[in-house]
Design a protein around this ligand. Sequence first.
Ligand code: FES
Length: 136
Amino acid sequence: MPKFQQHIFVCSNQRSAGHPRGCCDAAGADQLRAALKAELKRRNLTPLVRANQSGCLDQCEYGPALVIYPQAIWYGHVQLEDVPRIVEQTIVQGKILEDLRIPDELLNTKGGKVKFADSDCNVCDSDLSSPSEKNE
Ligand code: FES
């Protein structure tokens, strides 16, 4: 079997209601990944392009979030209606959808409020995480 050309990792993490960081798949329905899989299949892009379920990608404030590799294109606030243009424009044509892109400077900043590696940070991962979280 040939190697995969692109992987789309779709966050399907669930957290309890009221968690300060929210989550990408509160309903647990995995609809976004299912829609991407269906669109990839419809376009005959499988098996070389694959949409995988992912745990938390640590971009929760921009969720629903996904990342496309090997290009490392991060998209946030992705809705089901975005799926056809993600597949056509990004996967097929290689274009970045700027309205969905999470800017590099916001990645791993927990919503732009806290720098990921900031030693002065007083809100660390352990403060925000719930022991019942899955996929973390
Ligand atoms: S819950 Fe989806 S990125 Fe964290």
